[in-house]
Design a binder for this molecule. Structure first.
Ligand SMILES: CCc1cc(N2CCCCCC2)n2ncc(-c3ccc(F)cc3)c2n1
Length: 259
């Protein structure tokens, strides 16, 4: 028994050492400025274990912390996480209520560490529809981290890309009609009206749980983004997989460089 434990302990320390080595290797090549993640598979993770779906969401919240840490370590500038879509309101009321408490729990637990690590919290989406307790926690975190200059942790909350694009188009047309636009209408100008205004487009999009769809997420911004899919469910997603996705992104970059 003791020998088995010793073996397990050695395997663990080997795995940690290898991961650290892989992270060091990554830093020798191009690190993506902006990584976006569609964090899928939380409900399925719970159903596979005959647990309530909300347990999958709660487990998924813990993974957010680990991946944020690794992204910050790698020097990634922006990490956008698709946490709640405009379509998610159609889920059963108790599940939506549970989901809307997760930002409060996440920030209540991890905000001090995020501040310590110079992370800046932002949200992207129609915040007006969020419940008061969710909005209060998120706005507090945005305010507490607004001067931080490290990783921008950008949560897509009550976000839908077609809604975002229509609102941007309406605002740009209104400014143009009322004479506030002093330059020709362009893709660059339109991008400034989007909720992601000021952020670079994602270089890498990761989607978990085997779904191969974009699901109304950053449709304009993903025009030139590398996509990386995994069958792994979000609650089982690991730093090692995140590092693998960045490594694969780097290799793609080298191959196309030869075109
Ligand atoms: C409001 C829905 C929701 C769902 C959710 N899940 C559930 C679905 C995806 C997997 C991750 C866990 N997380 N995880 C963190 C947040 C969070 C959001 C904003 C913020 F400022 C801080 C944390 C979160 N928000």
């Amino acid at each position: 028994m003791f020998k088995k434990f010793q073996r397990w302990k050695k395997d663990q320390s080997d795995a940690v050492r290898n991961l650290s080595e892989k992270k060091r290797e990554l830093l020798k090549s191009e690190i993506p400025d902006h990584v976006a993640i569609i964090m899928d598979g939380n409900g399925r993770w719970a159903q596979k274990r005959a647990l309530p779906r909300i347990m999958g969401h709660h487990e998924g919240m813990k993974v957010v912390r680990h991946i944020t840490k690794t992204a910050n370590e790698l020097g990634i500038k922006v990490l956008t996480l698709y946490a709640f879509s405009t379509e998610n309101w159609k889920r059963p009321k108790p599940e939506v209520e549970f989901l809307m408490k997760l930002p409060v729990e996440f920030l209540g637990t991890f905000l001090p560490e995020l501040i310590e690590e110079n992370v800046q919290v932002r949200i992207m989406g129609d915040a007006t529809a969020l419940p008061p307790h969710t909005l209060k926690a998120v706005n507090q975190a945005i305010d507490d981290t607004k001067h931080n200059t490290g990783l921008i942790l950008n949560f897509a909350l009550n976000y839908g890309s077609r809604y975002e694009m229509m609102e941007a188009m309406k605002a740009m047309m209104k400014d143009h009609q009322e004479g506030r636009v002093k330059e020709p209408l362009s893709e660059e100008l339109f991008s400034t009206y989007l909720m992601s205004g000021g952020l670079p487009d994602p270089d890498l999009l990761i989607r978990t749980s085997g779904e191969l769809r974009v699901s109304n997420f950053m449709l304009w911004q993903l025009a030139y983004t590398e996509f990386w899919f995994t069958d792994v469910l979000w609650p089982d997603f690991t730093d090692a997989l995140f590092v693998q996705a960045v490594e694969d992104y780097q290799n793609r970059g080298r191959r196309f460089g030869g075109v």
